[in-house]
Design a binder for this molecule. Structure first.
Ligand SMILES: NC(=O)c1ccc[n+]([C@@H]2O[C@H](COP(=O)([O-])OP(=O)(O)OC[C@H]3O[C@@H](n4cnc5c(N)ncnc54)[C@H](O)[C@@H]3O)[C@@H](O)[C@H]2O)c1
Length: 251
C-alpha cells in the first residue's frame, strides 16, 4: 500500500526546489496533488514532466500573498476531490543583508510571502479539513527560525513567525484531529540554497565542510520528511518542529 494513497494535497511553490521534489514523492506515494507557484512557466513545465509519474497532478498559478488566489485554489481542490488532507506551505523567498539596507517595501514583501502566505493557507484549508475531522499541515520554516545569524533579520523573523504560528494553530485545531508541524531545513541544494551560499560568500564545498554530516541537504531529504508528516505514520505528532540540517544546529 502506498503511504499517501487516497489523500489530496496542496503544495505551494511546487515549480522547483523542495516543493517540486515533494510533489514528485507525493505522486509516487499515491496522492492527488494540486501544486501552485507564482512562476507560471516553470509550474506548467514541471506539471507536464510530473504527469509521467502520475496523472493525478494539477498546477494552478497562485500568489500565496493573495487571499483571492487562496480561495480559488482551495475551492478547485475541494470541488475536484471533495477533500483536502494535506497542506504543505512551502513557497518562500530568501534575503540577506544588513538591517539598515532594508526598505519597508522589502520587509513587507518578504513577510507577505513567508508569513501572510502561510497564515492565509491555513485560514482557507482548515474549514475543509474540519469537515472531515482530519488533516495534516506542514509549514516550511528554517534553521534560521531557530537560531540567529548576521544579515538574516527579515528572513529569520519570518521563519520564527512560521514556527510559533504553527504551534498556535496546532493547539487551536487539535480537537478536530488536524495536525500542524513546522519543518526546519538547513542549507538545501536548490536555487534558494545557492543564494544562501553566495550570501555568505562560500562555495557549496566550503559550506558543506561546516556541516557535521559533511554535505548539503537535497530536496529529497526534505520531501521524505514531508511525506512522513503527511502520512498516517505520524498521527501522534503535532505542534512540533522538525530539523533536517545534517547536524548543524545541534552544536
Ligand atoms: N533551500 C534552502 O536552503 C532552505 C533552507 C531552509 C528553508 N527553506 C525553505 O523551504 C522552502 C522552499 O525553498 P526552496 O529552496 O525550494 O526555494 P526555491 O527558491 O528553490 O523555490 C521556491 C518556489 O516558491 C515560489 N514562490 C516564490 N514566491 C511565491 C509566491 N508569492 N507565491 C507562490 N509561489 C512563490 C518560487 O517561484 C519557487 O518556485 C522556502 O519556504 C524556504 O524558505 C529552504
Amino acid at each position: 500500500m502506498m503511504r499517501l494513497q487516497g489523500k489530496t494535497a496542496i503544495i505551494t511553490g511546487g515549480a522547483t526546489g523542495i516543493g517540486r521534489a515533494t510533489v514528485q514523492k507525493f505522486l509516487e506515494q499515491g496522492a492527488n496533488v494540486i501544486f501552485t507557484d507564482i512562476n507560471e512557466e516553470n509550474g506548467r513545465k514541471t506539471c507536464d514532466e510530473l504527469k509521467r509519474v502520475s496523472e493525478n497532478v494539477m498546477f494552478i498559478k497562485h500568489d500565496v500573498q493573495s487571499e483571492e488566489d487562496w480561495a480559488l485554489v482551495v475551492s478547485e481542490a475541494n470541488d475536484k476531490y471533495g477533500r483536502i488532507d494535506v497542506l504543505f506551505n512551502n513557497a518562500g523567498i530568501f534575503s540577506s543583508k544588513p538591517i539598515e539596507d532594508y526598505t519597508i517595501e522589502e520587509w513587507n514583501r518578504l513577510m507577505g510571502i513567508n508569513v501572510t502566505g502561510v497564515f492565509l493557507g491555513m485560514k482557507h484549508v482548515i474549514p475543509i479539513m474540519r469537515n472531515k475531522e482530519s488533516g495534516s499541515i506542514i509549514n516550511a520554516s528554517s534553521i534560521a527560525g531557530l537560531k540567529g545569524a548576521p544579515n538574516h533579520a527579515l528572513y529569520g523573523a519570518s521563519k520564527g513567525a512560521v514556527r510559533i504560528m504553527s504551534k498556535d494553530i496546532a493547539m487551536e485545531v487539535a480537537q478536530h484531529k488536524i495536525r500542524v508541524n513546522s519543518i526546519h531545513p538547513g542549507v538545501i541544494q536548490t536555487p534558494m540554497g545557492d543564494a544562501v551560499a553566495s550570501g555568505v560568500k562560500l562555495t557549496t564545498e566550503q559550506l558543506a565542510s561546516h556541516i557535521p554530516l559533511k554535505r548539503l541537504g537535497t530536496p529529497d531529504d526534505i520531501a521524505h520528511l514531508v511525506v512522513f508528516l503527511a502520512s498516517d505514520e505520524s498521527t501522534f505528532i503535532t505542534g512540533t518542529e522538525m530539523v533536517v540540517d545534517g547536524g548543524s544546529s545541534a552544536r
